[in-house]
Design a protein around this ligand. Structure first.
Ligand code: C5P
Length: 217
């Protein structure tokens, strides 16, 4: 039986009205590279993707979603039959409390907006996981990358967390992690393993991550 990998990728969007939303600059490249690498290694791969401009990797079943609620619904349906969940998606952590079914006229747009949290998909899956399932999270941080990643590893009850720094470091020209073709990652395990890799092209990072986490085994 092939190992079943459920991978999420890309951003999510949370709408104020039919034409306006909050989101983030995730390109989906890291998650798609992981899906492609896992399929090449013989895994059965299901990829749940937010809106990105990438084609489905060969041999991967692609599910397209837009909002966090849609991603939760899709992941929730597929989770119980997967062996490995890799949550590379940059899910919007919050969404506007109110939604207007009609486009809000410019003059009527409020100066401030109230937000509410989006359910933490990874945490919800961790709460109902089987002991034999492997859960991998991502942590994008601008500061204190390792400390915050460790906290997420514990709080979300994961087996692995992949941490990376996002943003333009020290005013440098190149973005890091989000949107970029390369990435530098710190991989931490619940068992205490700590490994670093990169900077390297995302397909290389994907292969290295799967190899180091022993997926498919
Ligand atoms: O807490 P934070 O958003 O930094 O955690 C990042 C990790 O949690 C990623 O693996 C992301 O896919 C997942 N996540 C989630 N649902 C959310 C927010 C984050 O599954 N609402």
């Amino acid at each position: 039986m092939p190992v079943r990998c459920l991978i999420t990728a890309g951003p999510t969007r949370e709408f104020f009205d039919p034409v306006r939303f909050v989101s983030n600059p995730s390109s989906g490249k890291m998650g798609y590279a992981l899906a492609a690498a896992a399929a090449t290694l013989g895994c059965e791969v299901e990829l749940v993707s937010g809106p990105v401009a990438l084609p489905a990797p060969p041999g991967v079943r692609l599910y397209r979603v837009i909002t966090g609620a849609e991603m939760l619904e899709c992941v929730g349906t597929l989770f119980d039959t997967c062996d490995v969940l890799v949550k590379a998606a940059a899910v919007c952590d919050f969404r506007p409390c109110a939604y207007s079914a009609q486009k809000v006229k410019k003059e009527a747009v409020p100066c401030s907006v109230e937000f509410e949290p989006v359910p933490d998909i990874l945490k919800m899956m961790a709460a109902r996981r089987r002991p034999d399932q492997v859960l991998v999270g991502f942590a994008a941080e601008t500061v204190n990358v390792e400390a915050y990643a460790r906290r997420k590893l514990q709080e979300k009850r994961l087996d692995w967390i992949v941490a990376n720094r996002v943003g333009r470091e020290g005013g440098a020209d190149l973005p890091n992690a989000f949107e970029a073709d390369t990435n530098t990652v710190l991989l931490l395990s619940a068992q205490g393993l700590r490994e670093e890799y990169g900077p390297a092209p995302k397909p290389d990072v994907a292969r290295w991550l799967l190899q180091t986490m022993k997926i498919p085994g």
